[in-house]
Design a binder for this molecule. Structure first.
Ligand code: GTP
Ligand code: MG
Length: 170
């Protein structure tokens, strides 16, 4: 009916940041310590209900390995939402996330709902990226920001529900 919509959502970020793990946690409620690195991209769909509306996410989980970078525009083109993921224990992954944000700002859909997600929030003892630093960067760039853990499920459903709400308003 009129209250059912679908939305293309893409995950981008460095290899090993936990994109696939976040999607598997959200879609299947699963987590694997030895998650395989994604080749090319993987597709998932999941429907969320918000009051009278259902939103079907068509999720593209992209591969973070550099050799797949050139494929990324196929996945973010026409996307209603993007999650740029980094690993809070890796400064390199945070810097890579900033590059993705720049690329999306230049070449992505201008109405795209963008979220910066600091994943592996369970690994506090190994933290390299301070929450305040990431929050400040997100605010400067007009992004929503959240820290998640695919392992413990912290904030994973919250992240997708928040995106659904913002996509419906956009
Ligand atoms: P590519 O597909 O290569 O781009 O990587 P990815 O971003 O999909 O990362 P993936 O989900 O494959 O996770 C990489 C590794 O980090 C795996 O060994 C996961 O088990 C682990 N991992 C993912 N999320 C978390 C988390 O929240 N906490 C912890 N402790 N480990 C995690
Ligand atoms: Mg992956």
């Amino acid at each position: 009916g009129a209250n059912n919509m679908s939305a293309k959502l893409v995950l981008l970020g460095d290899m090993g940041a936990g994109k696939s793990s976040m999607v598997l946690r959200f879609v299947r409620g699963q987590f694997f310590e030895y998650q395989e690195s994604t080749i090319g991209a993987a597709f998932f769909s999941q429907t969320l209900a918000l009051n009278e509306t259902t939103i079907k996410f068509e999720i593209w989980d992209t591969a973070g390995q550099e050799r797949y970078h050139s494929l990324a525009p196929m996945y973010y083109r026409g996307a209603a939402a993007a999650i740029v993921v980094y690993d809070i224990t890796s400064l390199d992954s945070f810097n890579r996330a900033k590059k993705w944000v720049q690329e999306l700002q230049r070449q992505g859909n201008p109405n795209m709902v963008m979220t910066l997600a600091g994943n592996k929030a369970d690994l506090t003892a190994k933290r390299k990226v301070e929450l305040e630093e990431a929050q400040a960067y997100a605010t400067e760039n007009g992004l929503f920001f959240i820290e998640t853990s695919a392992k413990t499920a912290q904030n994973v459903n919250e992240l997708f529900y928040d995106i659904a709400k913002r996509v419906l308003k956009a």
